[in-house]
Unconditional design. Structure first.
Length: 83
């Protein structure tokens, strides 16, 4: 947005009703942040890589909890069988 083909950053800023400096600041911020490819998960901004990692960890956590619950039931069953 800082500039468009055939237009200067100053003319774009005037059209938007902002200062040329503000336009440059926005361009700098966009350039810096666009590399992170922000995604929102649980109302928190994470980079794409962090979001994927968080989803994978949550899946693994659920699998481990389910496994633990199953093992508790199996051990209770076998404990009853030995009585």
């Amino acid at each position: 947005m800082a500039s468009l083909p055939g237009r200067t950053a100053v003319s774009v800023a005037k059209e938007l009703g902002i200062s040329a400096q503000q336009n440059r600041n926005w361009k700098r911020q966009f350039t810096r942040l666009s590399d992170k490819q922000f995604n929102t998960l649980d109302s928190v901004d994470y980079s794409k890589k962090e979001s994927e990692e968080l989803r994978a960890l949550r899946r693994e956590n659920k699998r481990l909890k389910d496994e633990m619950e199953f093992l508790k039931k199996v051990s209770a069953y076998f404990a009853k069988q030995q009585e």
